[in-house]
Ligand binder design. Structure first.
Ligand code: ZN
Length: 129
C-alpha cells in the first residue's frame, strides 16, 4: 500500500503493482455505490485487480469483445461523455461487471447474475460448474 500523492484516483495499477491510497485503506469506510455493504477498501482493491486482469489476463480478442460492448453502450446512451471512447472507459465497463459479479451484489443493470453473464460473454467463465 502506497500513498497516491493527491491524485484524484482512489488507487492504481501499474507494472504489476496495485496501489491504494491511505483513504481506501480504512476498511471501515463503506462504499455507497455498493449499498454500503462492502468497504471502499474491498471495492477499490477489486477495481484495481480488475485493471490488472484486463491488462494481463485478457487476450486481445477478449479485450476487443469488451471494447465492442463498450461502444454499443455509448451508442445507446443519450450523449457520449467527453474523452470517450477511451481505453480507460473500456476497462471500467469490464471492471464494473467484474466487481459486481465477484461481490455477488450490484444494482441494475449490473445485478450479480447479469454481471456474471456479461463476464462470461467477454470470454471469462469464472463460474463454470
Ligand atoms: Zn479504474
Amino acid at each position: 500500500m502506497l500513498p497516491t500523492r493527491g491524485t484524484a484516483r482512489l488507487g492504481g495499477f501499474l507494472n504489476g503493482i496495485v496501489r491504494l491510497s491511505a483513504l481506501e485503506a480504512d476498511v471501515r469506510r463503506p462504499d455507497a455505490e455498493y449499498g454500503n455493504r462492502f468497504s471502499l477498501f474491498t471495492t477499490t482493491t477489486l477495481h484495481e485487480i480488475g485493471h490488472a486482469i484486463f491488462e494481463t489476463a485478457l487476450s486481445a480478442s477478449q479485450q476487443d469483445i469488451v471494447m465492442s460492448d463498450y461502444l454499443e453502450t455509448l451508442d445507446a446512451g443519450v450523449s457520449v461523455p467527453a474523452g470517450e471512447p477511451s481505453d480507460q472507459g473500456t476497462q471500467h465497463l469490464f471492471i464494473d461487471f467484474l466487481v459486481s459479479a465477484l461481490l455477488g451484489y450490484g444494482r441494475p443493470p449490473r445485478s450479480a447474475g447479469a454481471s456474471r453473464r456479461r463476464i462470461a460473454a467477454f470470454g471469462l467463465d469464472l463460474w463454470r460448474q
